[in-house]
Design a protein around this ligand. Structure first.
Ligand code: NAD
Length: 475
């Protein structure tokens, strides 16, 4: 379902009408046209700051340099010395500029992991205040802090706790021109996961992700954070459930773009659509109802036939059967609980019991904003999507010792058949409530899933990332 208003206001007539009537113009988001390039920031001006010299500042400078950005640090900032030292340690050139030198930056990365008291938070103001008046469209802002529980005392934890609120507000202020703002909370010792997270957040692959907090906690035991490679999923076998259409088909396409061989699963009734989707990406169609009691064993057998173990599984298949709780028939409750939750748990249990996962396997589950914000008429659906968030958190701890990671993506309002069914006025309001004034596309979910499924997210485990344009409306 296309967003006709977004399309219209970007035509020449539409621009004139919008200007004459003073209508808001949702930005055109710059989305990725291809996979991750090694020098993805080759044409970017990145302004960096750090509250102190340390491993995070060094990792940031190294990562931006590896991405090909032109790195600047501002002479007026308290953090100047931290970055200069980090650059010297990383043997990377940075240029020193004045606050307002007329050259607009399109990438902003601020390391405030050393902020340990209220006074240290002044750097947030000093870094952003002079610069945010002329940010180019589709710019990227990332702040890096520490998670709660990883601070030396209560005061440091208090200072670090300011960052989610700060970034969520900055994202709401910045989204009008497609700029995103996100927070990475890196655990001490997990700094080698920063580059992967930056590659996602600073690129067009995260066009619809804004106002979010991504914890980087470190890779599971025995898993090394690999150096960046283009087509990072080459040689990987990936299973995607619900792959015939919608978001699942987009996930299958993007995983294949990054080099994976995809086994696409969907209901036997959808076999011909599934076949078409899979043949377009050189994938393998596997008609299977995921609520089948032996679905996990069957998937393991299909993978074994293809000569391998499962490196990636994306539990995407999902259904809605909306009714107010008071009117909901028991079978609608049971059906939604089984497809969206029971099947995921059973399938993973069978794959684990059968030793069907490859080493360093990555599991990605699809949750929903509905499971976070709740929707009238969706008690069954929201219960399952909320449970998925707890499931990945609990399973990450359980699987950590096996070298397997598990994370979730929570889509917001995505332009699919599901959201096209929403009444027109509600749909229009829901779309525009996002910080980016529009709904997302299936490819936005696919990009985030692919990030979570790839070595770029090696340090991310047990997390749920919202892909919603900072909207709390979603199926
Ligand atoms: P969709 O209905 O277009 O596609 C879902 C796919 O899952 C279909 O191909 C369907 O045949 C398959 N499926 C359903 N039950 C199955 C079963 N028992 N066995 C095998 N396959 C089965 O939905 P979508 O919009 O692409 O949603 C994909 C996922 O994203 C779902 O988990 C959904 O809850 C979630 N989600 C979607 C939105 C949105 O705005 N569209 C928002 C939040 C979350």
């Amino acid at each position: 379902m296309a967003d006709k208003i977004l399309e219209f206001v970007h035509t020449s007539t539409g621009k004139q009408i919008a200007a004459a009537l003073g209508l808001p113009v949702p930005p055109l988001l710059k989305r990725a046209k291809a996979g991750y390039a090694e020098k993805s920031l080759a044409n970017s001006n990145a302004l960096v700051g750090a509250s102190a010299f340390g491993p995070v500042a060094t990792a940031v400078v190294k990562a931006l340099n590896a991405m090909g950005a032109s790195i600047k640090v501002s002479a007026d900032l308290a953090g100047l010395d931290g970055i200069k030292q980090a650059a010297a340690k990383a043997k990377v050139d940075v240029s020193i500029s004045q606050a307002d030198n007329g050259v607009p930056e399109n990438v902003y990365v601020l390391d405030v992991t050393a902020a340990a008291n209220v006074a240290d938070l002044r750097l947030l103001y000093d870094f952003f205040n002079p610069r945010l008046r002329k940010v180019p469209s589709n710019s990227r802002i990332v702040v890096i802090g520490r998670p709660r529980g990883d601070c030396k005392d209560a005061l440091a934890e208090t200072a670090q706790s300011s960052l989610p609120g700060f970034i969520r507000s900055l994202a709401k202020e910045s989204g009008k021109n497609g700029t995103t703002a996100n927070l990475i909370q890196v655990k001490t010792g997990a700094e080698n996961g920063i580059e992967g997270a930056l590659r996602f957040f600073l690129s067009p692959h995260s066009a619809f992700v804004t106002g979010q907090v991504l914890p980087v906690v470190g890779a599971p035991k025995g898993v090394k954070v690999a150096a960046f490679s283009e087509k990072p999923l080459t040689g990987k076998l990936a299973v995607v459930t619900g792959a015939a259409r919608g978001i699942g088909a987009a996930i299958a396409e993007v995983l294949a773009r990054e080099g994976a061989t995809v086994i696409g699963v969907d209901r036997p009734a959808d076999e011909s659509v599934l076949g078409t989707t899979m043949s377009s990406i050189g994938g393998i169609a596997c008609p299977l109802d995921i609520t089948d009691a032996d679905a996990g064993k069957k998937l393991a057998a299909v993978a074994a036939q293809k000569g391998g173990k499962i490196d990636i599984i994306v539990h995407n298949a999902g259904i809605t059967r909306d009714k107010m709780m008071r009117n909901m028939a028991a079978h609608l409750w049971d059906m939604v609980l089984d497809v969206n939750l029971g099947a995921i748990v059973r399938c993973n249990d069978q794959l684990l019991a059968g030793d069907a996962f490859g080493s360093n396997a990555r599991i990605v589950c699809i949750s929903s904003i509905g499971g976070i914000a709740g929707n009238a008429g969706q008690t069954n659906y929201a219960a399952t999507k909320s449970a998925v968030i707890g499931y990945v958190d609990a399973m990450a701890k359980q699987l950590e010792g096996k070298g397997i990671s598990i994370n979730a993506i929570a889509p917001g309002f995505i332009e699919t058949q599901m959201t096209a069914a929403i009444p027109v006025v509600t749909r229009e309001v829901a779309r525009r409530l996002s910080s980016l004034s529009q709904g997302g596309l299936p490819v936005d979910i696919a990009e985030a899933v692919t990030f979570m499924a790839s070595p770029l997210a090696a340090g991310v485990n047990g997390a749920t990332l919202r892909v919603c344009g900072q909207n709390l409306v979603g199926a």
